[in-house]
Design a protein around this ligand. Structure first.
Ligand code: SAH
Ligand code: SF4
Ligand code: F3S
Length: 504
């Protein structure tokens, strides 16, 4: 492939969620229903445009990290690098890392040991660690992992050419400076992991929320919003290239705020509302790109999602009726310890508003953590009863992993045993499996507009795509192709998939 940047998705194991979505959720270190550790990693594709050097990037963690790898590939393409999917072929190996749970970091450390073998055979090989683990550990990484030549945090990617030169000159190179402004707005990402139909567009960076369990504010820095005009321009360009769906990405999209004069949130709040573009305004701007371009977004925060956003979703058919609204826990005391900024009652009220404004069919999914500091059995039961009340379509579920430097690590005791954490996790996984299946059963007999994403995993005679509510539907191809919209009558379902046939 010369021009094409399709990613070879190397799935080391099955995806770890009950459901089927792709968003900001980390792919590492969760348990599937059988209690087996899962891990997914994305590997750069083979691109032979005749450039002299080869870059291999392996990306871990959330969609934001995968998107950042596309920015890195774009910056390095200008420096004479083609990507490769074979680490052994590379002159430069980057691991774009995740710190969200301990296991995520352990995976990277094991990988570095493996890469050490290549370096012994090819002494000129340059090894860099990017992303959240680079930001968290900074120069310590160079001391702890002798094989690493270069460490670059998420806001330092423009500096990579300079850092690479520094290593070529025989020094180690580090840049973990976190910016208040950097959004890479002007960098057009090389679409590494694309099916040619759906793409991710980063609309903001960082997070100001300080949930007590979470390392992201430390690894990604302060929240900042990207210029909406550059977002709309990127969406338009994608549409013109044949893409039919964009997912707007941010850690907390509901707090998107931008003004012509300032993109710093704190200063914007002082400027007065009329000059500000908020998330509902941005959604509307992107919805106008074309009625044939679908819009999704992730992640919504229960404390910030507004009725204005819900009404904007209702107004535009092309804004997908699906909200990822992580609850984390169903108990108000635990939510307070987590510093989430809402209670169980507030969350359930938001869910009721979603159902009132968008109807019961609107897809809702969640993230949940079991065994957070001091969580009792009764409080764990509150998570299970909340799941019943909401009737989630999907959920990503984790047991709590203490992260150094977070508020919880400093102030709370990680006092729930691993066995109990895992048992509670299994209970919510079992519950979600039933809920997902029940929600899918409600779709049988109905017709949905589906955007075709490509052949189904099992057979080329079948295609798969998603409904507006983010369910995967599989149906016989009947001469249709990816990128087209079709109406599909759902005839059967499993817990994760709808099966149906194309109707007029
Ligand atoms: N910004 C998103 C989540 C980003 S991290 C939000 O606010 O919802 C993705 C998920 O990882 C979180 O929702 C949480 O469920 C999980 N997570 C984060 N830190 C964790 C930790 N220390 N242990 C276990 N799970 C964690
Ligand atoms: Fe982490 Fe909370 Fe920010 Fe999500 S909103 S990234 S959980 S601090
Ligand atoms: Fe994403 Fe992991 Fe960083 S979840 S933001 S890559 S810590």
């Amino acid at each position: 492939m010369t021009r094409c940047h399709f990613l070879r998705l190397k799935t080391l194991n099955l995806r770890p969620q009950i459901g089927n979505m792709e968003n900001l959720i980390p792919d590492l270190d969760v348990l599937d229903a059988a209690g087996v550790e899962q891990c997914e990693v994305k590997v750069s594709p083979d691109v032979n445009s005749g450039q002299s050097r080869k870059l291999y990037i392996e990306s871990y963690g959330c969609q934001m990290n995968f998107s950042d790898s596309e920015i890195v590939a774009s910056i390095l393409a200008k420096e004479g690098y083609d990507t490769t999917s074979e680490a052994e072929q590379a002159d430069l190996i980057f691991l774009n890392t995740c710190s969200i749970r301990e296991k995520a970091e352990q995976t990277v450390r094991h990988r570095l040991k493996h890469i050490n073998g290549f370096k012994k055979r090819k002494p000129g090989l340059l090894v860099g660690v990017l992303g959240c683990m680079a930001e968290r550990l900074k120069t310590n990484l160079l001391e702890e992992e002798k094989i690493v030549d270069l460490v670059a945090g998420p806001d330092a990617y423009r500096d990579l050419p300079k850092l690479i030169n520094q290593v070529d000159d025989g020094q180690k190179a580090v840049n973990t400076f976190l910016s208040r402004e950097e959004t890479y707005a002007d960098i057009s990402p090389v679409r590494l992991n694309s099916n040619g139909v759906t793409a991710f567009v980063s609309i903001m960076r960082g997070c100001d929320n300080m949930c007590s369990f979470c390392v992201v504010p430390f690894t990604r820095g302060r929240e900042r919003s990207r210029d909406p005009h550059s977002i709309v321009a990127e969406a338009k360009a994608l549409f013109e290239q044949g893409f039919r769906e964009v997912t707007l990405l941010g850690q907390n999209v509901d707090s998107y705020k931008w003004s012509e004069v300032e993109n710093n949130k704190a200063r914007i709040e002082k400027l007065g509302v009329e000059k500000i573009i908020n998330f509902a305004n941005l959604l509307e701007m992107v919805a106008h790109v074309s009625p044939d371009l679908r819009i999704r977004f992730s992640t919504s925060h229960p404390k910030d999602i507004t009725d204005e956003v819900l009404h904007t979703m209702a107004k535009y058919e092309n804004i997908c009726k699906y909200i990822h609204l992580p609850v984390q826990s169903g108990n108000s005391r635990v939510l307070e310890l987590m510093n989430r900024g809402y209670t169980r009652e507030w969350y359930l009220e938001r869910v009721n508003r979603i159902k009132e404004i968008l109807g019961d069919e609107c897809g809702i999914s969640s993230d949940m953590i079991t065994g957070f500091c001091s969580e009792t059995e009764e409080e764990h039961q509150d998570t299970l009863t909340l799941m019943d009340k909401v009737q989630y379509d999907f959920a990503y579920m984790f047991y709590y992993s203490e992260r150094p430097g977070t508020l919880a690590a400093k102030k709370l005791k990680d006092d729930i045993s691993l066995d109990v954490k895992k048992r509670r996790l299994q209970e919510i996984i079992d519950k979600q499996r039933i809920l997902s299946h029940n929600r899918n059963k409600l779709d049988v007999g109905k017709v949905f507009k589906v955007l075709i994403e490509g052949p189904s995993k099992k057979s080329d005679h079948y295609l798969q795509g998603r409904t507006s509510t983010n369910k995967v539907a599989v149906f016989e191809a009947l001469g249709k192709n990816k990128g087209e919209y079709v109406n599909v009558l759902i005839t059967e379902c499993t817990g994760g998939t709808l099966l149906g046939k194309i109707v007029a």
